[in-house]
Design a protein around this ligand. Sequence first.
Ligand code: GLN
Length: 301
Amino acid sequence: MLIKRLHESTGQRLQAAGILESAREAELLLEEALGLDRAHLYLDGATEIPAQALAKLEAWLVRRCAREPLAYIIGEQEFWSLSFRVTPAVLIPRPETELLVEAALMVATTAAPPFRGPLLDVGTGSGAIAVALARELPEAFIYAVDRSPAALEVAQANAIRHGVADRVRFIATDLLGGVRPGRMFPLVVSNPPYVAREILPDLQPEVREFEPRLALDGGPEGLAIIRRFPALLKAALAPGGWFFMEIGADQQTAVLDLFRATPFLEQIEVRSDFAGLPRVFQARRHGESTCRAAQRADRRA
Ligand code: GLN
């Protein structure tokens, strides 16, 4: 069979299965299954395809038409221009989560005095956020926690793949359970489960049937885990430290109310994503960073 015809029929089958970006996904499936790059898809329109590659493509296409996410089929997802390994044990990194990384980096790279002490990623999943931060902040040490040991295996593989495994420590724990009490972090980031349990059944099949419930289900109104953060931050966010958390587009008011009632936080704000939807909550803990206090102590000495 010729690539051109195969390309067309793949797109048609995806479209018939209700997949919105059928043309783009057909390209990706062909590229990955046949080991071609995009240009060859068009240039080599008349090349014959080996039977083995054809069988692989067919198997993948059947899975995709059953609405399994492409990222799980090919086992990869790009985030922050890095290729991450993904399995059904982890939420597939979303492009809008890059906004959280961007916001956290902005603060981390301009902090004066610079952050001292490890950073914390709560609910790391595939490790996308922790690994992206570790890549961008070559001096940083990051603790990344998750309830799911299976997710942490994937995260560890991603840290190794991107050369930061010596600076990211993964801990299997619910929120802060495994982190040493009294340890304070100048930067805490999280993409917690925040989907309202009530609407889980309405999500698209790719999410509803294939992505880990543990990573999505935020309980009633999607706020159950988010409500635990003020206590977590009280225990773990260093004075002067920053907190960044992804939220659902309809949670801005509830989340602002919750954190405005948290006395030790200031500079509370929600940033919108590229679609104009509220997406990243941020706040700073009152007080001087421990680093500045340390510098003053140095001067006095
Ligand atoms: N952004 C994801 C979704 O809309 C949810 C991720 C999360 O709960 N942290 O499916």
